[in-house]
Design a protein around this ligand. Structure first.
Ligand SMILES: CC(C)(COP(=O)(O)OP(=O)(O)OC[C@H]1O[C@@H](n2cnc3c(N)ncnc32)[C@H](O)[C@@H]1OP(=O)(O)O)[C@@H](O)C(=O)NCCC(=O)NCCS
Length: 192
């Protein structure tokens, strides 16, 4: 599928707001989320994505269709370091799942934003952890670290890696629990 990642403009705010409702609906399976009396999930403020220089909103498109979105911050959610890219939210519409759209989009985003990356999943979101391990493994050739964080900053797995020319395949010494996850790299063709 021809997957494209495009910057979401301020004029796309309503589109993102609508997609975030579908995202919240998916998360309501693992988080205790209810809709309000109008049938909508609580909305998080989005305006900062067009006023803060360190926030980057994206829409995912397959051909001319909307297929999802990604919200990326250039600030660590864990340490507040401003030289770390963080995937704040990432979503692929159900119609487009398990077709490589998420992986292709994530690779485009990693390649366009060189440097240190942290990708976090809630502990209960085991499908997302499988997705990110596979996606990051494919991008880095299996060289990334994973830490299970369990404190007030975050509760769940966090993968760390470097992106950009010459950076992939390196692991920084300050990253905890350095390990290879080559085992999660599977050859799609081998399984078909
Ligand atoms: C997680 C999500 C982004 C995956 O998007 P996707 O486009 O379906 O992912 P891809 O097709 O690129 O998947 C690539 C690989 O990741 C793994 N993967 C993807 N979804 C998976 C799932 N539900 N369960 C287990 N592994 C999964 C598989 O190895 C897959 O390869 P395969 O289909 O050949 O087996 C999508 O399911 C989604 O939006 N989920 C709800 C929101 C969410 O949890 N976002 C992540 C927040 S951290």
């Amino acid at each position: 599928m021809e997957t494209r990642v495009v910057s979401a403009e301020r004029s796309d705010q309503e589109t993102l707001r609508n997609l975030l409702q579908l995202y919240a609906y998916d998360f309501s399976e693992i988080l205790s989320l209810d809709v309000d009396q109008t049938g909508r999930f609580k909305e998080e403020p989005l305006a900062a994505y067009w006023s803060d220089a360190w926030r980057f909103p994206f829409l995912l498109r397959v051909h001319e269709h909307l297929a999802g979105f990604a919200l990326v911050d250039h600030k660590s959610k864990l340490s507040a370091a401003d030289d770390v890219w963080d995937v704040a939210e990432f979503f692929v519409l159900r119609k487009y799942r398990r077709a490589g759209v998420g992986m292709t989009a994530a690779h485009q985003i990693f390649a366009a934003h060189a440097g240190k990356w942290e990708v976090r999943q809630r502990r209960a979101n085991v499908a997302a952890t499988s997705f990110w391990r596979r996606t990051i493994s494919a991008y880095t050739g299996g060289l990334f670290s994973e830490e299970l964080v369990d404190d007030e900053r975050w509760r769940g797995p966090v993968q760390r890696f470097l992106s950009g020319a010459g950076a992939t395949g390196r692991i920084l010494p300050e990253w905890p629990e350095r390990s290879r996850f080559a085992a999660v790299v599977e050859d799609r063709s081998a399984r078909s």
